[in-house]
Design a binder for this molecule. Structure first.
Ligand code: URA
Length: 219
C-alpha cells in the first residue's frame, strides 16, 4: 500500500510526499545559504526517504528462516532485480541514498543536455544494466522542470526494453508532472514537493536553483 498523498485525482500514478522529514529537508535544500557539502548530504537523505516510499510495493515471498528459537516462514524481498537510473548530472546526487536501501541494485546512466534556446533535451549517453526488461527501474532526477528530460529518459529506457519504471524527483513543476504523466501514464511519479511554476528560463519557482551546480559546487 502506498501511503503518500495523491494530489490530482486524474493523475493516477502521481504521488506527493507528505512526510514532515522530507518537507523539512527540502526547505533546507532550498535555502540559498546551504553550501555544497550540506546540500549533497540533504539530497542523499531525501533520496533515502523517498525511495523508502517508492519501494513500498516491492514484492516479497515467505522463506524459511531458523531463529535461535525455532524455524518459521517469514517475508523477504522476492528477488526482483532493481536498476537505478540517474539522469546526468544532478540525478547522480540521489544514487547513494537509494543504494543505502537497496545496495545490490545495478546503476545505469542517461545523459541529456538541454538546448539553451528551446530547452528541449538531447541524449549524449545511455548505458543501462543488462536484462533491463526484467528490472524495476527507478529513474532519478532532483528537478522535474519542463518534463522534457524525464520524458526523453523514459523514452530511451523503454526503447531499450524497460517496462517497469518509477520516476523520483525532489521538486516538481506542475508543467513537468503533466508532461511526463501525459506521455508515460504507466510510470509512477514520486515528487518530494510540487512547486508553483516554471519561470521564463525553465527554472522551477521557488525551487532551489540549479541542482547540478549546487550538488557539484559548480557555477
Ligand atoms: N533544473 C534545475 O536544476 N533547476 C531547475 O529549477 C530546473 C531544472
Amino acid at each position: 500500500m502506498i501511503t503518500c498523498k495523491r494530489k490530482e485525482k486524474e493523475m493516477e500514478n502521481v504521488f506527493y510526499m507528505d512526510h514532515p522529514l522530507i518537507q523539512h529537508k527540502i526547505s533546507m535544500l532550498r535555502a540559498v545559504q546551504t553550501g555544497t557539502n550540506e546540500f549533497r548530504k540533504l539530497v542523499e537523505e531525501i533520496a533515502v526517504l523517498m525511495a523508502y516510499e517508492a519501494l513500498r510495493d516491492l514484492p516479497t515471498e515467505d522463506v524459511e528462516i531458523t531463529t535461535p528459537l525455532e524455524t518459521c516462514m517469514t517475508p523477504m524481498l522476492s528477488g526482483k532485480k532493481l536498476a537505478i537510473v540517474p539522469i546526468l548530472r544532478a540525478g547522480l546526487g540521489m544514487v547513494n541514498g537509494i543504494l543505502t536501501l537497496v545496495p545490490s541494485a545495478k546503476v545505469g546512466h542517461v545523459g541529456l543536455y538541454r538546448d539553451p534556446v528551446t530547452h528541449e533535451p538531447h541524449e549524449y549517453y545511455c548505458k543501462l544494466p543488462e536484462a533491463i526488461g526484467e528490472r524495476l527501474i527507478l529513474v532519478a532526477d532532483p528537478m522535474l522542470a519542463t518534463g522534457g528530460s524525464a520524458e526523453a529518459a523514459v523514452d530511451f529506457i523503454k526503447q531499450k526494453g524497460g517496462t517497469n519504471i518509477k520516476f523520483m524527483c525532489i521538486i516538481a513543476a506542475p508543467e513537468g508532472v503533466e508532461r511526463l504523466h501525459k506521455k508515460h501514464p504507466d510510470v509512477q511519479i514520486y515528487c518530494g514537493h510540487l512547486d508553483r511554476c516554471l519561470n521564463e528560463n525553465a527554472y522551477i519557482c521557488p525551487g532551489l536553483g540549479d541542482a547540478g551546480d549546487r550538488i557539484f559546487g559548480t557555477k
